[in-house]
Structure formats: structure tokens, C-alpha cells
Design a protein around this ligand. Structure first.
Ligand code: SAH
Ligand code: SF4
Length: 423
């Protein structure tokens, strides 16, 4: 029977499943203050800085001195750049902010292998970044991967995601995205380490803030600025087709990750509400065009949820959808979040799913979730900061999620049991 709860909303913007429930927002949004009108220095292109110095009668080498400190030095403010004369430092301070993050709180987990930062922005909003260290193994060199945020909150509302429950507070500016990476580059420099990879898998949907995200990717991969190779930057999306097409048109070598989670259209309407606007066949077609245009293999992310999207029938549907494509599948047991009735899939169920994909030749890896004890799934720490929702609101939210997923799962023959509820 069709479920009126997830009927398509033609022509709508990003559907907000939560608004219709009357049960959300679960969390009170923190009060926001005025934004600082000065752009971040990392917003300024090399050309803009050259003009800024030229307008003040200064030589071009001053712009290089500044850029050295902005992009690779360990200065924490314009005042620390002693190679620049005092009046220039003051003028810079009046025009730009050296860093757009007004404060950062760090937490460690996994015996120091995972670090999380909660960054405060000028208006009091908070965003998260997570650093994951992968020690050298065999012939593989040490890697340090940083997961950064593209928005404060997210409008998509995937029900297994802590950020989705926050709703969208606001888009991040280019500098606010880049400054998360600058923060960690400085921290790592203090340990004698380098940042090797950046993934847009923190808070927010990068391709719903495409101008800022693509400008940030440009600066992060520019040899005269942050200088990370394009191949070391991953844009992860829930499937914003126009954004994927923009990426394809750029013809860069960024890695594209698609948060697919299921190959069943009805179930994807529930797991990724954006599916009602951009259905999965179109998303996979757009991703395949990206792979064809760039030669880059697409990563498909599957958050594995016990008895919701991990049955043999689910595995077969995914195998059918992706077989023969330039694809890599990542299976990630769901990180538990308070407001869902769902649990992570067991290792046995994940392995069985992986075996079905491998049997059709799909490259598949099983990922371990990092930093569970510091809430490293995107948005968890920010959600904690926003305060605990009332138990009744959580229960209402769980009931809605269960009702919708039960309706989407009704026709699946080999689903062993109904979803379990309770904590
Ligand atoms: N909005 C983008 C990028 C941020 S989310 C996207 O959805 O791709 C980054 C990844 O974290 C996505 O693959 C998302 O599905 C995953 N994720 C969100 N909540 C999670 C949870 N509770 N457990 C495991 N992965 C989760
Ligand atoms: Fe937004 Fe991604 Fe979380 Fe979905 S998984 S709510 S798209 S951040």
C-alpha cells in the first residue's frame, strides 16, 4: 500500500520529512550572534591579495610573505607575521580575519588515533571536524585523513544521522571550510606530521552548498595555497544530481563518494529523503558520467543498519545496480545515534553482504567506525551541544521512522525480522 508519508513532493526543494511530523526539530538551536563582516583571509584569491598590497603601494613579495604564513606557517594571527611591518599587519586585521574559527575544543579517542574538533563560528554556530590517523602498514605509508564540514547542520534529514536531526542552521563560507583544514595542518605540524587526505564527510551536504565547497576544493588543491593533490580530496554527497554534474564539468580529479545506503527506491526515500527529489537511478547515472569523464572510480557508501538494509535481498539489489561500473563499495556499520530505533548490522551480516557484492566482481571494503566514544559520527558532538531532546520527542521521532521504514520493507521476502525498537 502506498504510504502517504513518503509520496513525492513534485517540484519541492529538499523535502523535509521532519517538518511534516510535527515532532521536530528535536533540538533547540543555539542562539546565534551577528556574523563578522570581514571575510576570512583564506577566502582571498592570490590575485585579490596582490591587488590588496598593490593598492597600498606594496610590492608583490609582501603577498607571498603573507601567503606563506596563511597556508603553511604556524602563525595564529596577523600579529605573528613578523616579516610584515606593523601598519600592514594592522591594515590586514581591519580587512580580513586570520582565522574564521573563533574557538576549537579538541577530544581524542582510539588511543590517540582519532581526534575530533568542535569549532565555534563567529555567530556562535558549531561545526565538527574529525582527524583519523592510519599508521604505516607494509608498503603503505602513514596516512592522516581529515573529515570536514560543509554546512552547520543539514537539511536532508537522513534518519540515521545526528546532523540530519539538527536541521540546517546555515551554509559555511569558503574560508570556514578551509580553516578547518588549516587548523589541523597547524596541529599536525606541531607533531611533525602531514595531512594527507581531506574528505567532506563531516556535517552538511557539500553539494547543497556547492559554490563555497568547490571554491574550497580549488584552494585546498592549489599548489600556491593549501597544496593537497586533487586525488586526495573526496566530496561525499547524498546525491545532489546538479552538483554532481557541476563536478563533472570541472574535469578535476577529486574523488566522488555517493551515500547510496540502499538500491531499493522505496527504502531510499526513507533513508535518504533527498531520493524523492533526486532518485537513485539518476544519481548513479550522474556518478557514472563523473567516472567516465574523469577516470576516477566512484565510492559508494552504505551505512549498514540491522535488518533494515542488510538482508540478502538488499545485497543482491546493490550488486545488480552497481555490477560492471567503475565502483568501490564501502560498508560502514551504523554509528548508533539516540533518536533512531535502529542498531548497527552485526559483523556477520556485513560480511555476508560484502560476499554478495564481491561475487559479482565489485571491489568492497568493510569500514570500522572510528571514535565511537567521542561521537565521531557526523554531527553527534554538535547535537550534544544543542542539548538533549525530551524523551517524548525522541520516542515520537522513533515511531515515525519505524512506521516509514516498515512500510518500505513490507514486500521483502527474506527479511528475517521486523526492526527492533528500544535503545
Ligand atoms: N551529506 C553528505 C556528507 C556528510 S555525511 C553525505 O551524506 O554523503 C558523511 C557520511 O557519514 C555519509 O556517508 C553518511 O551516510 C554517513 N553517516 C551519517 N550518519 C552516520 C551514522 N550514524 N553512522 C555511520 N555513518 C553515518
Ligand atoms: Fe545530511 Fe549527509 Fe547526514 Fe544525510 S547523512 S543528514 S545528507 S549530513
Amino acid at each position: 500500500m502506498p504510504n502517504p508519508d513518503h509520496a513525492p513532493e513534485p517540484g519541492s526543494a529538499v523535502p523535509s520529512p521532519n517538518a511534516a511530523d510535527g515532532a521536530l526539530p528535536l533540538l533547540d538551536l543555539p542562539a546565534s550572534g551577528p556574523q563578522d563582516a570581514r571575510p576570512g583571509i583564506s577566502d582571498a584569491s592570490p590575485g585579490e591579495l596582490l591587488s590588496w598590497f598593490a593598492d597600498r603601494g606594496e610590492a608583490a613579495f609582501r603577498a607571498r610573505q603573507l601567503a606563506d604564513h596563511v597556508w603553511s606557517g604556524r602563525a595564529k594571527s596577523f600579529d605573528d607575521i613578523h616579516t610584515l611591518p606593523g601598519p600592514l599587519r594592522e591594515a590586514l586585521e581591519a580587512t580580513y580575519r586570520f582565522c574564521t574559527l573563533t574557538g576549537t575544543e579538541r577530544r581524542s579517542a582510539d588511543g590517540g588515533l582519532t581526534d575530533k574538533a568542535l569549532h565555534t563560528l563567529d555567530d556562535g554556530r558549531v561545526v565538527e571536524s574529525v582527524l583519523m590517523r592510519y599508521p604505516a602498514r607494509g608498503s603503505r605509508r602513514e596516512r592522516t585523513t581529515l573529515c570536514i564540514s560543509s554546512q552547520a547542520g543539514c537539511a536532508v534529514g537522513c534518519p540515521f544521522c545526528a546532523t540530519g536531526e539538527l536541521g540546517l542552521w546555515r551554509d559555511l563560507r569558503t574560508s570556514e571550510i578551509i580553516d578547518q583544514a588549516r587548523f589541523w595542518r597547524n596541529e599536525l605540524a606541531g607533531e611533525g606530521r602531514r595531512l594527507t587526505n581531506i574528505v567532506f564527510m563531516g556535517m552538511g551536504e557539500p553539494l547543497l552548498n556547492p559554490d563555497a565547497v568547490l571554491a574550497a576544493c580549488g584552494a585546498l588543491s592549489d599548489g600556491t595555497r593549501f597544496g593537497l593533490g586533487q586525488r586526495h580530496i573526496t566530496v561525499s554527497t547524498a546525491g545532489v544530481i546538479p552538483g554532481i554534474e557541476r563536478l563533472t564539468d570541472l574535469r578535476r580529479q577529486y574523488k566522488l563518494a555517493i551515500s547510496l545506503h540502499t538500491a531499493r527506491p522505496d527504502l531510499r526515500d526513507v533513508l535518504v529523503p533527498l531520493n524523492r527529489k533526486y532518485p537513485l537511478e539518476g544519481v548513479v547515472a550522474a556518478a557514472t558520467d563523473y567516472a567516465d569523464a574523469t577516470g576516477r572510480r566512484i565510492t559508494y557508501e552504505m551505512v549498514m543498519i540491522d535488518r533494515i538494509n542488510d538482508t540478502p535481498a538488499d545485497a543482491r539489489a546493490t550488486a545488480e545496480l552497481l555490477r560492471g561500473r567503475l565502483a568501490h563499495v564501502n560498508l560502514i556499520p551504523m554509528n548508533p545515534v539516540a533518536h533512531t530505533p535502529w542498531r548497527p548490522s552485526s559483523p556477520e551480516r556485513v560480511e555476508a553482504y560484502a560476499a554478495t557484492l564481491r561475487a559479482v566482481g565489485l571491489h568492497t571494503t568493510v569500514r570500522r567506525n572510528r571514535g565511537l566514544d567521542i561521537g565521531a559520527a557526523c554531527g553527534q558532538l554538535a547535537a550534544q551541544m544543542a542539548g538533549e531532546p525530551a524523551p517524548a520527542a525522541v520516542q515520537r521521532r522513533r515511531d515515525v521512522i519505524e512506521r516509514r521504514s516498515a512500510a518500505a520493507l513490507i514486500d521483502i521476502p527474506d527479511r528475517p525480522a521486523q526492526p527492533r525498537s528500544g535503545a
